[in-house]
Each structure stands twice: as structure tokens, then as C-alpha cells.
Design a protein around this ligand. Structure first.
Ligand SMILES: *[C@@H]1O[C@H](CO)[C@@H](O)[C@H](O)[C@H]1NC(C)=O
Ligand SMILES: *[C@@H]1O[C@H](CO)[C@@H](O)[C@H](O)[C@H]1NC(C)=O
Ligand SMILES: *[C@@H]1O[C@H](CO)[C@@H](O)[C@H](O)[C@H]1NC(C)=O
Ligand SMILES: *[C@@H]1O[C@H](CO)[C@@H](O)[C@H](O)[C@H]1NC(C)=O
Ligand SMILES: *[C@@H]1O[C@H](CO)[C@@H](O)[C@H](O)[C@H]1NC(C)=O
Length: 252
């Protein structure tokens, strides 16, 4: 699992449909195969249809060049340019809502592309669960926000320790792990979809070595402030006493 490659982009054919998987934010080009059309047809109409039968564009071609753009859906014009020479459609900065079936009709030659856009995966965050730690063990949490269709897992080396999966949008997902302070094993938290994954390694020595009480950020600062305040109050008290003595002496 940990050795699986991250594919930013790949495709394969199923029943003549090009199945494509891309990551949110990438640009993807739906390559129109011109060999099927231009060779046999001098003048023809090319039509691109998007998900939910949205018309994207209709273009007249003469041999190997766009002759005239007949129709371009304003919604798609900027992000979905058509190449003048090849007729290929590019989707820039692709969103998860761009997922679906794209079809290209040209006289005598149709092509279909099924595009699945995978949401950008954040890195999981490992933090100490200080309320729950004891002197012998260290309790940590691996968390991630705003994810859907993911699994979150703890690995010890390459073996799976625990895992949870969600299919719907989850605002906050976290998985608990208990380790010994002196544990020398490698632990990692993995967030994955069926398409890609993110890994975060647990740094026991940094996260767990200090006692839970002293990792609280403000404990030390608070102590210093108290010390300074009591010193100021102390000095002030002494000053008042001294001033009092001096002024009494001045009167008598
Ligand atoms: C592609 O066609 C459009 C519209 O006809 C034109 O404005 C643009 O300059 C052309 N681009 C190239 C690279 O030929
Ligand atoms: C291409 O698609 C159009 C529209 O659905 C259809 O009428 C036509 O028969 C198709 N052509 C081929 C060769 O499949
Ligand atoms: C910490 O909390 C988890 C549940 O969140 C629980 O399973 C675990 O036993 C607790 N550990 C300790 C040391 O209290
Ligand atoms: C998670 O989603 C909520 C609601 O859509 C949003 O307000 C929040 O900023 C998101 N948080 C992150 C870390 O993306
Ligand atoms: C994450 O990876 C595991 C192992 O490869 C797989 O079984 C699981 O289905 C994946 N999770 C999702 C949400 O696809």
C-alpha cells in the first residue's frame, strides 16, 4: 500500500470510452482523434458535449483547421479551450464538479471520455492527545478536515494497525494511537482515496518525550508572568515601606 505510486493522470479504454482520472486543480486534455475524420471529410462539424448533456462548443472544420466557431457556451469558454489544429478540448484547473462523461461528435466519428476528478487530499495532521496521555504511554491523534470517500489508517512499519473509512463528507475525521514513550518503531498515518494517498510520519521523540503537563504552551509563560508580577509587587511594597520610614524620619 505504501509503495503504491501516486498517479496524477492516467487513462484506459472500456468499451470505447476513455476512462480518465485526474486530480482537482490539474489541466486535462481530451485528445480528439482527428485521423478518423479529417482524412475522409473535407468539411465537417465538431461538437463537444459535457456532463449532463451540456453543450460546450460546436465548431466547423475545413480539413485541418477550425473554420468557424458556431457556438461556445460562455460557462466553458475560458476554462475549456479547443485547440485550433487538433480539435482537442482542454479543461483547465479542473474541479470535482467537472466529473462526468464528455463526448465529441464529428461527422462519422464519435469519441467518449469519462473523467473522474479526485478532490485534492490534504496532509493528515498528527497531534498529541494530551488529556489522554499517561506517564508510560503517549496518546496521539491523526486528524484531517473536510474529506469524503477516504480511509484514514495508522501503520506500524508496513503493517496496518487501525483504519476508518468514510464515504460522505466528513468535517473532522481522526484516529487514535497509543505508543510507548521509548518506542523505536516507525509509525505513519495514511490518508487515502482509491486514487492517491498522503502520509505523515509520527515523530515520537518530539511529540511524546515531554510530560503532558509541561507541553501546555502557556504554562511556562504564565509562571514567568506570575514571577515578574510578584517581584514588581514585592519591590513596590519595599519601596512604600522605605518611603514611609524616610518620610517619618523627615518629620521627627
Ligand atoms: C485559434 O482560433 C481562434 C479563433 O478563430 C483565433 O482567435 C486564434 O488566434 C487561433 N489560434 C491559433 C494558435 O491559431
Ligand atoms: C455519433 O453520435 C451521434 C449522436 O449521438 C449519432 O447520431 C451517430 O450515429 C454516431 N456516429 C457513429 C459513427 O457512432
Ligand atoms: C484514550 O482515548 C481513547 C478513545 O479516544 C481510548 O480508546 C483509550 O483507551 C484512551 N487511553 C487512555 C490512556 O486513557
Ligand atoms: C471545511 O468546510 C467548511 C464548510 O464548507 C469551511 O467553512 C471550512 O473553512 C473548511 N475547512 C478547511 C480546513 O478547509
Ligand atoms: C485506501 O486503501 C486501502 C488499501 O489499498 C483500500 O482498501 C481502501 O479502499 C482505500 N480507501 C478508499 C476510500 O478508497
Amino acid at each position: 500500500m505504501l509503495h503504491r505510486l501516486i498517479f496524477l493522470f492516467f487513462w484506459h479504454l472500456v468499451d470505447g470510452v476513455k476512462i480518465m482520472s485526474v486530480m482537482e486543480g490539474d489541466s486535462v486534455t481530451l485528445h480528439a482523434d482527428v485521423s478518423g475524420t479529417s482524412r475522409y471529410t473535407f468539411f465537417y462539424l465538431q461538437r463537444w458535449i459535457g456532463p449532463e448533456n451540456n453543450r460546450i462548443a460546436e465548431v466547423n472544420w475545413i480539413e485541418n483547421e477550425i473554420y468557424k466557431i458556431i457556438y461556445y457556451n460562455e460557462r466553458f469558454r475560458d476554462r475549456f479551450p479547443i485547440d485550433n489544429q487538433t480539435g482537442s478540448l482542454t479543461i483547465r484547473n479542473i474541479r470535482t464538479t467537472d466529473s462526468g462523461l464528455y463526448r465529441k461528435y464529428a461527422r462519422g466519428y464519435n469519441e467518449s471520455f469519462h473523467v473522474t476528478v479526485y478532490a485534492y487530499l490534504p496532509n493528515p495532521v498528527i497531534s498529541r492527545d494530551s488529556l489522554n496521555s499517561s506517564s508510560s504511554s503517549c496518546s496521539v491523534l491523526c486528524s484531517v478536515l473536510n474529506v469524503s470517500a477516504v480511509s484514514l489508517s495508522w501503520y506500524k512499519g508496513n503493517s496496518l494497525l487501525s483504519s476508518i473509512s468514510v464515504s460522505d463528507l466528513s468535517f473532522s475525521l481522526s484516529l487514535h494511537l497509543e505508543v510507548e514513550h521509548q518506542d523505536k518503531n516507525t509509525y505513519s498515518c495514511v490518508l487515502n482515496t482509491s486514487f492517491t494517498y498522503r502520509t505523515e510520519h509520527l515523530d515520537i521523540s518530539n511529540l511524546c518525550l515531554t510530560h503532558p503537563d509541561s507541553i501546555h504552551c502557556c504554562g511556562f509563560t504564565e509562571a514567568v508572568i506570575r514571577l515578574v508580577l510578584s517581584a514588581v509587587v514585592g519591590v513596590a511594597a519595599v519601596a512604600i515601606v522605605v518611603y514611609d520610614i524616610i518620610s517619618r524620619r523627615a518629620y521627627f
